[in-house]
Design a protein around this ligand. Structure first.
Ligand code: MG
Length: 412
């Protein structure tokens, strides 16, 4: 038997130092180079741009942009010279170089930022795969294991039979929150197709739609109501007031997003929580919205606003105002999972939109992992990167006619 003294003597200081260093030596991160960037276009709920960034170790990262990405393919192509040969793990450097290179080309908002969002998300997926970590870990780690969803019901008319069936489906699938739209350009009560001042009959129709939906789901399910940024200020104020008894989760974009003072006037006039953000871009777009306390809740679209780091920065800005973060979401499971990794890492995350109720077959088959929703939540996977891989045979059913499908590009 070895006594303690002999045991201690068998360890030299040098050997001990080597052992400690071996256990704590900084991990040598992979040295990667971007070799190619490819795109595909999909049309499901609107238009989605899929981007893959390939590296010289054979890995690729996959990202998705939406809504404002029409025209995104030539934009991504125009960034190829900046991207090929770059280290893909320096995500912020790549993002900021492309963003600032475009300040005279519309890089403040719209297509430019939405296409850049798809690219940025692809870089995060690639980084996670290269480092062997899920994306949430690279974003600071998770504060929750699953992300709550609300189901956008896509109801045409909350008073018809289809609406009843949708509410039954939403309840059966254990969602805790849902949303309806109350704007209607062809409301027969309207006097004018261009003017967006709602009259009494149109406001009564809106109230009836919300009342019927509340009846169907009860007071304890969260209910969002969207006006799609169509109406004028007086209508926004009147509707927000009329809907107060229904205790909404929020009233969304009662007026267009551009005039922050108008949004603030509505917010200050009502107890109904006001939400905006899906048509606002980058941290710069959110600065004034938050400084003026123009909304109660923000809803950036991560696949459009600038990607995961911009989303994270916006969420943290909102956190300093005690404002919850409830991202807009209309993408495939690839984009939704990227939002879920971010939402898992955000303390003030509230609820994430899911909008594929009318494309269930495609939703369940779009990625190889199948349906990523469980009982109204997305559980966060522990796989490296985003943790989902597109099932191309299924996804290609929604390919835009005559659009590219991840074909290799010619050498830059
Ligand atoms: Mg909306």
């Amino acid at each position: 038997m070895i006594d303690r003294r002999t045991l201690l003597k068998s360890f030299s200081v040098a050997a001990l130092t080597r052992a400690v260093q071996a256990a704590t030596t900084p991990y040598n991160r992979p040295k990667l180079k971007i070799t190619d960037v490819r795109t595909a276009e999909v049309r499901v709920h609107g238009y989605q741009l899929h981007v893959r960034v390939y590296a010289d170790d054979g890995l690729f990262g996959h990202g998705e942009g939406t809504d404002s990405v029409q025209g995104g393919v030539p934009l991504i192509d125009s960034w190829r010279r900046t991207l090929i040969g770059r280290d893909p793990l320096n995500i912020e450097a790549i993002f900021e170089q492309i963003r600032t290179a475009g300040v005279f080309s519309g890089a403040q908002a719209g297509q430019y930022v939405a296409a850049l969002s798809a690219l940025e998300i692809a870089l995060w997926d690639l980084a996670g795969k290269a480092l062997g970590l899920p994306v949430y870990q690279l974003l600071g780690g998770k504060v929750r294991d699953r992300v709550r969803l609300y189901c956008d019901s896509d109801m045409r008319n909350p008073l018809d039979d289809e609406a009843g069936k949708k509410i039954a489906w939403i309840k059966d699938n254990q969602f805790t929150a849902m949303k309806i739209d109350i704007d209607q350009f062809n409301d027969p009560n309207r006097f004018d197709r261009m003017n967006w001042t709602a009259n009494n009959a149109e406001i009564d129709r809106m109230v009836k739609w919300v009342a019927r939906t509340r009846d169907g789901i009860g007071m304890n399910m969260d209910l969002g109501v969207d006006m799609h940024a169509r109406y004028d200020a007086i209508t926004g104020k009147r509707v927000a007031k009329e809907l107060e008894p229904f205790r909404l989760m929020w009233l969304e974009e009662p007026v267009p997003a551009e005039n922050i003072d108008a949004m603030r006037d509505i917010k200050q006039s009502t107890h109904t929580p006001i939400c905006s953000g899906e048509n606002i871009f980058l941290t710069y777009g959110y600065r004034e919205l938050l400084e003026k306390r123009a909304v109660d809740i923000i809803m950036p679209d991560i696949q459009k606003v600038g990607g995961l780091l911009q989303g994270r920065a916006i969420a943290e800005m909102a956190h300093t105002y005690y404002i919850p973060f409830a991202p807009h979401g209309v993408t495939s499971p690839v984009g939704m999972m990227s939002s879920a990794h971010l939402c898992a890492s955000i303390p003030n995350f509230y609820v994430l939109e899911w909008h594929w109720i009318d494309s269930l077959d495609l939703w369940r088959n779009f990625v190889k992992e199948g349906d990523i929703i469980e009982k109204g939540y997305i559980p966060i996977p522990e796989r490296p990167g985003l943790g989902v891989e597109m099932n191309e045979a299924a996804a290609r059913k929604a390919q835009g006619p005559g659009t590219p499908w991840f074909e290799p590009r010619r050498a830059a």
